[in-house]
Write a protein that binds this ligand. Sequence first.
Ligand SMILES: NC(=O)c1ccc[n+]([C@@H]2O[C@H](COP(=O)([O-])OP(=O)(O)OC[C@H]3O[C@@H](n4cnc5c(N)ncnc54)[C@H](O)[C@@H]3O)[C@@H](O)[C@H]2O)c1
Length: 253
Amino acid sequence: MVVGGASGIGKACVDAFVREGAGVAVWDISSDVESVTERGAAEGRSVDIADESAVRSAVEATELRIGPIQHVVHAAAIGSGKLGFPFTCLQPSDWARVLDVNISGMVNVAHAIAPGMVDRCEGTMVFVASVAGQIGSPTDPPYSASKAANINFAQVMAKDLASSGVRVNTVCPGMVKTPLNKSVWKSWNDRQTPEQQLDYDEWAAEKIRQLVPLGRWQQPEDVADMIVFLSSARASQVTGQTINVDGGYVMHS
Ligand SMILES: NC(=O)c1ccc[n+]([C@@H]2O[C@H](COP(=O)([O-])OP(=O)(O)OC[C@H]3O[C@@H](n4cnc5c(N)ncnc54)[C@H](O)[C@@H]3O)[C@@H](O)[C@H]2O)c1
């Protein structure tokens, strides 16, 4: 199952799992989600992951339709849509929806899905977090903090569920051209003087030059490839890990 599979990285994951021959269920808040069946997915369901009861009903409906959920990819997230540098540019109220979708959404999905995996003694979950969750990115503090929470809660679950054979990991992209990434540029650009403004590609090129050693965008498919690997039996010894697919943006010692 791919949560947030109507766009960007989630969409690339849907295509990658379909290529692997998986029966893929896709959830997203976007009405575009229904069109995923045209790309080979088994179902596309409109779900707001911030709504706990909607998530529980969706798990029941999805499992009734395509069987037990064996692998979850959680790629749904939002930003505040505002430039939060310094953080006082935002109001505390700007945090609420971001935390609701990015943290409570993850919690709702995990609570609805983990018990079935534990009963069956198998399953994998991959949560898409971000380099922002590791470095305190000075663009969107609620987003950055929520991504750190994704990493931490995935580690908690990895420990809790290991004895049941369920593996949980996070994958952290750095710069991927998607609507979410473009919204970060827009919130930056809206705050610049006309002389300082850059178009999206210029802004990204400068950021990549400064921050990404490999010097290029990551493609949605680069992230999807790692997620397919982590979900597969070839990664059977990998759990509780934070894997950066970021061109070297963040390096672990
Ligand atoms: N694009 C990047 O540069 C980048 C970098 C680091 C991390 N990420 C992470 O990658 C993941 C995917 O983001 P993306 O860049 O592909 O963005 P995207 O905007 O293309 O995709 C996000 C999807 O989540 C869905 N969504 C949002 N709120 C939802 C809700 N309440 N319920 C259900 N679905 C909801 C959206 O409709 C959308 O289809 C996110 O977790 C994001 O934090 C992206």
